[in-house]
Ligand binder design. Structure first.
Ligand SMILES: Cc1ncc(COP(=O)(O)O)c(C=O)c1O
Length: 367
């Protein structure tokens, strides 16, 4: 059997995920000493010291398999959010939960997945691996998810619709009333996935919805959160979701038994208890956001109203030169088509020092 016939054609058509450029790669390619990565929406303060300590302690038990049910972490998450532990499910990053949602709902070409555009690209893979139809709904003129159009795009064959709130890469939010109207418009066969990866950064905004309220009211939603962003644990891979018993149960059947490693479980429990680190993260984020927005506006960019830990802008002309110029000066950002178009860029908010390095790198940069 030749390989082309071995691999399912839809898998052959998939494009591997292209992450932000790793620091080491840029160091090798350009030989630069100082490199600042503002490209992957990571926490610039690093992990909570309490999480690092918990990892050290847990390391002594690495010869044992992890707790397959993630009992202690599930209990901690359930208690914090006042939901039943049976409604909580852990993932190897929320990326894994996206993948699993596709596996348990999409059966092939007859099924559809609806998402915004631009929005988080990993939703696309969930449709492609199942050979399901993928429907992109453009964001509106303010770079916000167009919930009216997304609801219209959902028919009875639509199994999943993804609402990233705040949205990545645009950082925009949809409000409680808009989400309520959207959910009321969905067909009975559609599960709305409320991806709240950046929830903590937007939580204080009046009218910003908490997806869990909709779950409690009995709406057909699955709510996703992660420890990768505000909690600073992207490297150890731990995300979590809340759903109906039926959806959570299906994910448990489909997942690998030990999908969340023991270090991740220990780190996440410790991070949940470190409110000081979270508050510092939010305050550094607010300060950096205002500064980076001002820089991009000075360059003629039109920024979205971002509620996440990154700034998104349409610069009005192709940004490849700006991206490359910043890279040569040791600053990695995200730009171009993966961000929704050739004129678009996204910059993750760094520490005050990193934002100053970006500011200096922009001085006199021709693009
Ligand atoms: C909207 C959104 N959802 C989910 C994820 C996945 O996060 P993780 O797998 O690290 O939990 C990301 C990461 O960038 C994201 O931006």
């Amino acid at each position: 059997m030749s390989e082309p016939s071995l691999i399912r054609p839809n898998v052959g058509r998939m494009v591997p995920y292209s992450p932000g450029k790793p620091i080491e790669e840029v160091r090798r390619e350009l030989g630069l000493e100082r490199i600042v990565k503002l490209a992957s929406n990571e926490n610039p303060l690093g992990p909570s010291p309490k999480a690092v300590e918990a990892i050290r302690e847990a390391a002594a038990q690495l010869h044992l398999y992890p707790d397959a049910s993630g009992h202690d972490l599930v209990q901690a998450i359930a208690a914090k959010h006042a939901v039943a532990p049976s409604q909580v499910v852990l993932g190897n990053g929320s990326d894994e939960l996206i993948h699993l949602l596709g596996l348990i709902t999409l059966a092939g070409p007859g099924d559809r997945l609806v998402m915004g555009h631009p929005s988080f690209v990993r939703y696309e893979a969930a449709a492609q691996i199942a050979d399901a139809a993928l429907v992109h709904v453009p964001v509106d003129a303010d770079f916000r998810l167009d919930l009216n159009a997304m609801a219209k795009a959902c028919d009875e064959r639509t199994k999943l619709v993804f609402v990233a709130n705040p949205n990545n890469p645009t950082g925009t939010i949809v409000r409680e009333s808009e989400l309520r109207a959207f959910l009321a418009d969905l067909p009975e066969t559609t599960l709305a996935v409320l991806d709240e990866a950046y929830f903590e950064f937007a939580a204080d905004e009046p009218g910003f919805p908490n997806g869990l309220d909709f779950l409690r009211e009995g709406h057909r939603v699955f709510v996703m959160r992660t420890f990768s962003k505000a909690y600073g644990l992207a490297g150890i891979r731990i995300g979590y979701g809340f759903g109906s018993n039926a959806v959570v149960d299906a994910i448990h059947r489909a997942r690998e038994p030990f999908n969340v490693n023991s270090l991740a479980q220990a780190a996440a429990i410790a991070a949940l208890g470190d409110d000081e680190h979270l508050q510092r993260t939010l305050s550094v984020n607010r300060e950096g956001m205002a500064r980076i927005e001002a820089m991009l506006r000075d360059l003629g960019g039109r920024c979205s109203r971002s509620f996440a830990n990154f700034v998104y802008a349409d610069m009005g002309r192709p940004v490849e030169g700006l991206f490359q110029g910043l890279l040569r000066r040791g600053v990695i950002i995200r730009a171009g088509r993966p961000m929704g178009g050739p004129n678009a860029l996204r910059i993750t908010i760094g520490t005050p020092e990193e934002v100053s390095i970006l500011e200096e790198a922009l001085v006199g940069l021709a693009w």
